[in-house]
Design a protein. Structure first.
Length: 189
């Protein structure tokens, strides 16, 4: 047996395994390529029965939007795979959160928060508060806040000293950003 005939046999076996692959398995391998990365992140093909593909979606909104696109997607899949797909049914039934996406909320350090201005507060825990101590503590706190705020840029809406992170993130201080957000939600301007 020559080396060429072994290569011929291997290529025939590789081609035969492609022929025997199930249409659904082929579809899974090219799903993200056909529908795009964003749609693929919100969809999971579930089954292919009687030339109808069933796809789980992450929300009803995705299911509805993709239902309008189902004919175009079926054409693209048929061109790519030659499977004779007739229709695609989208539903939230069967959706499972992908395993590789973390479900925990990402935490950031205090130094990364947009409202962070620095560590200027000295806290003493060895003193029992009295009314005089409370007033003195408030005066101390007010002076510290004024000193820290002295070099901060001003909010364009209310002219209050604003941490730079808030201006970079929202363009205004956090209180004005909240006010704008509430106005948008309630429809009051």
């Amino acid at each position: 047996m020559s080396l060429k005939s072994v290569n011929d046999i291997l290529s025939v076996l590789a081609a035969q395994s492609k022929w025997q692959e199930q249409p659904f398995q082929l579809l899974l391998t090219c799903w993200a390529e056909v529908v795009g990365a964003v749609v693929a992140a919100h969809t999971q093909p579930l089954s292919l029965q009687r030339d109808v593909l069933r796809v789980a979606t992450s929300s009803a909104v995705w299911a509805q939007n993709l239902t309008f696109e189902r004919q175009r997607l079926a054409l693209k899949l048929n061109e790519k795979l030659s499977i004779g797909l007739k229709d695609i049914h989208f539903s939230t039934a069967g959706w499972q959160r992908p395993q590789n996406t973390p479900t925990e909320q990402q935490t950031i350090s205090i130094h990364e928060h947009p409202s962070y201005v620095g560590d200027g507060m000295n806290v003493r825990s060895d003193v029992t508060p009295t009314a005089e101590d409370a007033n003195a503590a408030f005066q101390n706190w007010a002076k510290t806040v004024q000193a820290r705020s002295r070099d901060l840029p001003l909010c364009p809406l209310c002219d209050c000293p604003t941490p730079l992170g808030e201006l970079q993130r929202w363009g205004v201080c956090s209180l004005c950003a909240l006010k704008k957000h509430r106005e948008l939600l309630t429809g009051n301007s």
